[in-house]
Design a protein around this ligand. Structure first.
Ligand code: C2O
Length: 571
C-alpha cells in the first residue's frame, strides 16, 4: 500500500473505533442500527484491501460469470453487512457487532473420526429427562452469553436473519445471499445446525450432545414437543392454541382446518407422501432451483419440502398476534424460538431419507458454494457445501424411525374412469381459459381452472422412458406482491370441487411463500412433478389435463400468475 492509503486507512480505523465506542453508549438502538449500517457500507470500501483477506478461488467478471461465461458458485462477501427488511414494512438489522473480517478465517476441517463420538439426534418426544435437562442447561448457558460472543443465543438467531433477509452480498455480484427458495436451503441449514449443535455441546462439555428432531411427519411426533414449553425453551411468541395436544397442520393455511386429530394425521401423511415421494422425483423438484452467482443464477423456486411442511410449520408455531406470526412465522425472527432447531433437525433428517434413494446433487456450482459460521471456539470457519454431503464424516446421525408416510399414497377422490368421462363431456360444452394468461397475467382472486396441453413426448413414452422422464407442471411467473404469507394449491382433473384436499390423488402440490425483504417483487416459479399422479388418475395418455389453482389464503387476491405449462426432465 502506498503511504497515502496507509494514512487514509489509519484515519478511518480511528474514526470507526471512536464511533463504535460512542454508539455503544447510545441507548437508541434504532439510531445505532442506522449508523452502524452506514459505517459498514462505507468503511470497507475506503480500505479497499479487505476483500483480499478472502482467497477467492476463481476469477470472475462482475456479473458472476467466469471468463468462459459460466456462472460461479455462490460465495459470501463478508466486507459489508447491510440493514435489511425482515418482511415487507419491517426494517431489521441483524449484522454482527464487529466486522467479520477482523477475525482470521479458517477452512473447515472434518472432525477426527478416531477422537470424535457419533452424535445421535433423537426423536424429540422420546427424549429422556436427563437428555432434556442437559439440552435445557446448554440453551440457558447460551442465552446468558453476551451479545459480543458469536456463540450467544441472540447472535445465533441473528445469523439466520442475516442469511435469510440478505444482509450479505455475493462475491462478484451486487445481489444478496439468500438461503431460501433455492437448492441452498438444505445444505445451508445443515451447516447452521452443525455449528449450533457443536456450540451447545461445548457449553456443557458434552461431546455427545445432539439436537433432537421434531418429527411432525410421523403420527407420534405431530405435536409440538412438550418440553419446549418449559425453562429456557420458552418462547412467548407462539400460538397457544397449537400447544400439545393439538396435532400440527402440515398444510396450515391460517384458517383453522376444523378436522379431527385422526383426519389431520391422515391428511399430514398424504401430504408427506406427495412432498417426499410422488412430487419429489428429481433433485430440482425436491431441493429447489439451481442458485448461482449473479443475475443469471438468481433463481426463485423452492422445492417440495421447503414449501410444505417447512414453511407451513413455521407459520403454525408462530403467534397469531403478529403480522408475520413472529417469531417462528417469519425468517428474520424464527431462530429466536428454540423449537426452530428441532424443526430443522427434522428437515435435515428428511433430506437424508430422500438422498438415500435419489442420485446425488453433483453440480460443481452447488458443491463449491461456501458460507461462514462461527464454531464452538468462536473461530470463523469457511465451509463448502461439499463438506456437508456426508453426515458420517460430520460425526452425527439420526435415530432410526419408521417413515409411515411412505405407505400413504393417496387415492383419487372419484373413479378415474368416471372423472375422465365427465371431463370429456365438459370439454365439449366449456371453453376453459387458455393456460397462458397473456401479458398482464391472471389474478388468483378465485379458483382458476385451465386446460394444459401435454407435449407429445410425454404422451408417447415407452415404459422404459417413463422410468427415466419426469413430467413437470410449471406454474410460471408467480408474483406474490408484498403480502406476508401466500398459499395456493394445485389439482389435476378435479371434477368435484367440494372434495379438494391433499388427501386425494388429484392434489399435485402446494405453493407456500413466506417473503422476506430481499425477495419481494421477484417472480417465483413453481415446479410440480406429476408423473405418478397422472398414472394414478389414468390420465397419462391424455392430450391435455385440467389444472385447478385453488387459493388458500385471502391475500391470493393480489397474487398474479403468468401461466401454466407442462415440460419433462430426465430423472
Ligand atoms: Cu431458514 Cu426454517 O428457515
Amino acid at each position: 500500500m502506498d503511504p497515502q492509503k496507509w494514512i487514509l486507512s489509519i484515519t478511518l480505523i480511528c474514526i470507526l473505533g471512536v464511533s463504535v465506542f460512542m454508539l455503544s453508549a447510545m441507548d437508541s438502538s434504532s439510531i445505532r442500527t442506522e449508523i452502524i449500517g452506514q459505517l459498514n457500507r462505507v468503511v470497507p470500501d475506503g480500505l479497499g484491501g479487505w476483500s483480499a483477506v478472502l482467497t477467492t478461488p476463481t476469477t470472475a467478471t462482475k456479473s458472476g460469470e467466469n471468463q468462459k461465461g459460466k456462472l460461479l458458485p455462490v460465495q459470501v462477501n463478508l466486507t459489508t453487512c447491510l440493514p435489511t427488511f425482515g418482511r415487507p414494512g419491517k426494517p431489521v438489522y441483524c449484522c454482527p457487532p464487529r466486522n467479520m473480517l477482523d477475525d482470521p478465517i479458517v477452512d473447515f476441517e472434518f472432525p477426527d473420526p478416531t477422537q470424535t463420538p457419533i452424535r445421535v439426534r433423537r426423536f424429540a418426544h422420546r427424549l429422556d429427562e436427563e437428555s432434556i435437562a442437559k439440552y435445557e442447561k446448554a440453551v440457558s448457558i447460551m442465552r446468558s452469553l453476551p451479545y459480543s460472543d458469536p456463540r450467544s443465543f441472540t447472535r445465533q438467531a441473528n445469523l439466520h436473519c442475516q442469511y435469510c433477509t440478505g444482509s450479505f452480498l455475493q462475491q462478484h455480484s451486487n445481489l444478496p445471499v439468500r438461503v431460501h427458495k433455492t437448492w441452498i436451503f438444505f445444505p445451508w441449514h445443515r451447516m447452521y445446525l452443525y455449528f449450533h449443535e457443536k456450540i451447545l455441546g461445548n457449553l456443557i462439555g458434552d461431546e455427545n450432545f445432539a439436537i433432537p428432531f421434531w418429527p411432525w411427519d410421523l403420527p407420534e411426533g405431530m405435536t409440538l414437543p412438550a418440553f419446549y414449553l418449559n425453562g429456557s425453551f420458552i418462547n412467548k411468541q407462539r400460538d397457544p392454541t397449537h400447544f400439545p395436544p393439538a396435532v400440527a397442520d402440515l398444510d396450515f393455511q391460517l384458517a383453522a382446518g376444523g378436522s379431527t386429530p385422526e383426519e389431520q394425521t391422515d391428511l399430514n401423511l398424504a401430504l408427506m407422501y406427495n412432498q417426499m415421494v410422488s412430487g419429489a422425483k428429481t433433485a430440482e423438484l425436491f431441493m429447489g432451483c439451481a442458485y448461482k452467482t449473479g443475475e443469471g443464477g438468481d433463481c426463485f423456486g423452492p422445492g417440495t419440502m421447503e414449501r410444505a411442511p417447512h414453511n407451513t410449520i413455521h407459520k403454525w408455531v408462530g403467534s397469531e398476534f403478529h403480522t408475520g406470526r413472529e417469531d417462528m412465522g417469519v425468517f428474520y425472527s424464527a431462530a429466536r424460538d428454540p423449537s426452530f432447531y428441532a424443526h430443522h433437525s427434522n428437515i435435515d433428517r428428511l433430506w437424508e431419507v430422500w438422498r438415500s434413494t435419489h442420485p446425488e446433487m453433483n453440480d460443481p456450482e452447488f458443491l463449491d458454494s461456501y458460507m461462514y459460521f462461527h464454531d464452538e471456539n468462536s473461530r470463523l470457519v469457511r465451509i463448502r457445501f461439499r463438506d456437508v454431503m456426508d453426515i458420517d464424516r460430520l460425526r452425527y446421525r439420526y435415530e432410526d424411525v419408521e417413515n409411515t408416510w411412505l405407505a400413504a399414497r393417496p387415492r383419487p377422490s372419484v373413479s378415474p374412469r368416471l372423472a375422465r368421462r365427465e371431463i370429456r363431456k365438459r370439454e365439449e360444452r366449456l371453453e376453459l381459459p387458455r393456460s397462458h394468461f397473456g401479458p398482464t397475467g391472471r389474478v388468483l382472486d378465485s379458483t382458476v381452472t385451465v386446460r394444459v396441453v401435454r407435449p407429445r413426448e410425454v404422451r408417447s413414452r415407452t415404459r422404459r422412458e417413463k422410468e427415466q422422464l419426469e413430467e413437470i407442471l410449471v406454474v410460471e411467473g408467480i408474483d406474490v406482491k408484498s403480502d406476508d404469507f401466500v398459499k395456493f394449491d394445485v389439482y389435476v382433473n378435479v371434477v368435484k370441487d367440494t372434495i379438494m384436499s391433499p388427501k386425494y390423488r388429484e392434489f399435485v402440490g402446494t405453493f407456500v411463500d413466506i417473503p422476506s425483504g430481499s425477495s419481494v417483487g421477484k417472480k417465483i416459479t413453481l415446479k410440480l412433478g406429476i408423473s405418478e399422479a397422472l398414472e394414478d388418475l389414468e390420465a397419462d395418455q391424455d392430450r391435455a389435463i385440467w389444472v385447478t389453482l385453488l387459493p388458500r389464503t385471502e391475500n391470493c387476491n393480489k397474487v398474479i400468475v403468468d401461466g401454466l405449462r407442462v415440460e419433462f426432465t430426465r430423472k
